[in-house]
Each structure stands twice: as C-alpha cells, then as structure tokens.
Design a protein around this ligand. Structure first.
Ligand code: SF4
Length: 166
C-alpha cells in the first residue's frame, strides 16, 4: 500500500510557529487516514525548533537555494535557523523513505513545506514562487509533492502509482 507523507499541521497537530494547526477537512484525506496511509511529519519541530517559535522566512532565494547554500532561513529578528530547517528536511526525507512514501502533501507557503510559494524574506506578507526547504529536498529525491489544495491531483498520482504496469 502506498503511503503519503503529510505536514503534521494539516492533520490537526498544533505544531505551527504560532502554536496552531491548519487542519485540512477533506474526505479523501480522511479515507487515507482510515486506511493507515498517512505519515504525519513536521520538519521544523523534528529539526529541533520549539512550539511556539518565531516566524521564519527564506532570505536570498527559496528552499532549493538553501540546499545549495546560497540562501538562509532567518527569524523575524534575524537569527539564522538554516541548520534546523536543513536537519528537518533531511529527517522528512528519511521518514518518507522509511515509510516507502513516494507522495507528500505539504502546507503551502511555509519556509519548510511550501510547494509553489514561499514568503520573500522581508516579513511583509509577500509570497513569491518557490519551494520550501523540505519540499525542495523531497523533490530532488523524486518524491511528488502536492499542497493542501491539490489533494485530488495527489489522489490521481496515487492511483497511477498503484496501477500495475501492463
Ligand atoms: S513545518 Fe510544515 S508541518 Fe511543521 S508547522 Fe510548518 S507547515 Fe506545518
């Protein structure tokens, strides 16, 4: 059975920087949960950051640039938390591989989990195209990453992966 790595906050875990969750109410996700497919994971908490924690944004690029060492992740007071974000991304990849997950559903906009948009590093609420650090690492490892608005696309991908090739 295919398993799916999911941002813990989307599954109702109160692990966001502000101590809240962002639970997604979706019947496909509920079915997957009942089937035991979901692997709940929060890269920032696993990377060693507390709850609550200061908000952080990627400065100088997106998650791919962080992996390449050309951008950093900083809190709103300028502290460099890049190491924790990289550690969390590596642990997320280990968790996905350990579970055999080839699909992930991650929270859009997060500096770890963003799939198509991240904040621009100025703490002004401006989103720009780009990946979070964990998303970038998972995608480099060949894992298909979707966001919470793409659950039907994730379901189609899952079906494809579970269809035996002729
Ligand atoms: S790091 Fe990802 S899973 Fe953790 S709170 Fe942020 S968006 Fe949710």
């Amino acid at each position: 059975m295919e398993r799916i790595l999911v941002s813990a906050c989307l599954l109702g875990r109160p692990v966001r920087y502000d101590g809240a969750a962002k639970r997604v109410n979706d019947e496909i996700v509920e079915r997957w949960r009942a089937e035991g497919r979901l692997v709940s994971f929060c890269p920032e908490v696993s990377g060693g950051l507390p709850v609550p924690r200061p908000p952080a944004e990627i400065v100088g690029g997106d998650g791919s640039a962080v992996l390449d060492g050309t951008a950093t992740v900083r809190t709103d007071s300028g502290d460099d938390v890049t190491g924790a974000f990289l550690r969390g991304a590596r642990l997320a990849l280990e968790a996905a591989r350990g579970a055999g997950a080839r699909i992930a559903i991650l929270k859009e906009g997060s500096p770890s989990c963003g799939t198509i948009r991240v904040y621009d590093g100025r703490f002004a609420g401006t989103l720009v195209p780009g990946h979070g650090v964990t998303t970038a690492l998972l995608e480099r490892a060949g894992i298909r990453v979707f966001n919470e608005d793409q659950i039907e696309a994730a379901a189609a991908c899952l079906k494809e992966l579970e269809t035996p090739s002729p």
